[in-house]
Design a protein around this ligand. Structure first.
Ligand SMILES: *[C@@H]1O[C@H](CO)[C@@H](O)[C@H](O)[C@H]1NC(C)=O
Length: 249
């Protein structure tokens, strides 16, 4: 056990690069995620293809740190801008996300929760301003106390892929789907948690009526929340999930 922890620690320190969702699926139908190539294309004067995944600069240290929770970056990552397209997703359906880490390594951080949110765009999501989006938490998976297994470990075991359900009762409309890993391997120290948010435009169809109220990105998390400033290197008997109340539609 000790050696696998230190091996993960070593991997984590090598793979400090980016982490992003390069592929996603709506009810099993493949859709293009955001590729680092698009970032370089844009930087070199080229264009980003029309996709439903948001553009973001998941570079340098590749995550949003707690000292950036008060900034726009916490919404959809750094310098994010909406994808030009919107994909249709039925209420009650599933969305799956494939995470790629630097150099196409397996996702390196096995400790931490995985969360998903929806925010209505009140119009075309390709024109959404991330600082105005009000997020409703729809999925939050932490740790299984019996097995001490984090959601992130399940993601790694499932080929770096996570599936969330769109609540069946949510009202139809245009939404930004925000999917996020919070890595806790360094979270025992102040400002050590690592948030990896990724966004996608979806038009939710169906006959749901729920319009739960959401939370602005800058109000989602606090640096000193017990689920953010958190030492994972012990037997965990309780974990306080960060973020607003889960909507169970
Ligand atoms: C994991 O998922 C990726 C993206 O869909 C795919 O390219 C790859 O073949 C998968 N690997 C395995 C072992 O299933």
């Amino acid at each position: 056990m000790k050696s696998s922890v230190s091996l993960l620690g070593a991997l984590a320190s090598v793979v400090v690069g980016h982490g992003l969702v390069t592929d996603f699926w709506i009810n099993g139908q493949h859709e293009q995620g955001f590729l680092l190539d698009y970032y370089y294309a844009k930087k070199n004067g080229g264009s980003v293809p029309d996709i439903a995944a948001w553009y973001a600069e998941n570079l340098d240290i590749g995550f949003v740190a707690p000292n950036e929770y008060g900034t726009a970056a916490i919404n959809c990552h750094k310098n994010a801008s909406p994808g030009k397209l919107t994909k249709t997703a039925p209420a009650g359906g599933s969305m799956s996300f494939y995470w790629e880490a630097a150099n196409k390594q397996p996702w390196p951080h096995a400790q931490g929760p995985i969360l998903s949110y929806l925010a209505p765009c009140n119009g075309d999501c390709s024109k959404a301003d991330p600082t105005k989006l009000a997020w409703v938490k729809i999925d939050a998976a932490g740790i299984d106390y019996a097995t001490q297994r984090w959601a992130s470990e399940d993601l790694i075991a499932n080929n770096n892929t996570w599936t969330s359900q769109i609540p069946a009762g949510i009202a139809p409309g245009h939404y930004v789907f925000r999917h996020e890993i919070i890595a806790l391997h360094a979270a025992g120290s102040a400002n050590g948690a690592q948030n990896y948010p990724q966004c996608f435009n979806v038009q939710i169809t169906g006959s749901g009526t729920a319009k739960p109220s959401g939370t602005l990105g800058t109000a989602l998390y606090k640096a000193d929340h017990p689920g953010i400033l958190f030492n994972p290197y012990r037997t965990i008997t309780s974990y306080a999930m960060p973020g607003p109340t889960l909507f169970k539609g």
